[in-house]
Design a protein around this ligand. Structure first.
Ligand code: IMP
Ligand code: MG
Length: 188
């Protein structure tokens, strides 16, 4: 029995397979390991979307590091950003003098990360860099670039590997384009 049938049935197509994701994360982990030698690293997971990526990535980074979590919200049950970012959960460790790597699932409009960068620099971090699994550059509304990313994707709404639509599909092991009929989009 294909126990994933219900989730996969809502996809227009699989965009990135779990094997491709695993390979990209191994490469990214090696790059971070060599770039951050001798630094005081904090890897900061942005809940909830980045949690799957984060847990795989930190195990590919061969450095002493600490981890922390933040949660922000901007979407609700919609596929478009509201542009307003709310801080839902703050960090719990002191990041003064630390080299912070913000780990996100996707950079879309860029509003979330531009808010987070400003917020964290006000907390005294020595450096702040952005690590994202996916980058959707066509949709950018602010001037923001990820320092590290795994995949550039087209302007389509994707789910899986942590990414949700209305809190669903986070447990899908691959990344897929959600069928527009699920959210009443154009070619529904
Ligand atoms: P931004 O502030 O517009 O860059 O949005 C970032 C957040 O929007 C991400 O952390 C995701 O939670 C969500 N998001 C943006 N695009 C997608 C998508 O295609 N699928 C699922 N979530 C998305
Ligand atoms: Mg999110």
């Amino acid at each position: 029995m294909d126990t994933n049938a219900n989730l996969y049935a809502d996809l227009k197509k699989v965009l990135i397979t779990r094997e491709e994701i695993a390979q990209a994360i191994r490469d990214l982990g090696q790059k971070i390991t060599s770039d951050y030698q001798g630094r005081k690293v904090v890897m900061l997971c942005i809940l909830k979307g980045a949690v799957v990526f984060f847990s795989d990535l930190i195990r590919e980074v061969d450095l002493p590091l600490t981890i922390d979590f933040m949660a922000v919200s901007s979407y609700g049950a919609s596929t478009k950003t509201t542009g307003v970012v709310n801080l839902v959960k703050d960090i719990t460790c002191d990041i003064t003098g630390m080299d912070v790597l913000i780990v996100e699932d996707i950079v879309d409009s860029g509003m979330t990360l531009s808010y987070l960068k400003k917020y964290l620099s006000s907390r005294g971090a020595a450096s702040i860099k952005i690590v994202t699994l996916l980058d959707k550059p066509e949709r950018r509304r602010v001037d923001l670039q990820a320092d590290y990313f795994c995949f550039t994707i087209p302007d389509e709404f994707v789910v899986g590997y942590g990414l949700d639509y209305a809190e669903k599909y986070r447990n899908l092991p691959d990344i897929g384009v959600l069928h527009p009929r699920i959210y009443g989009g154009e070619d529904a």
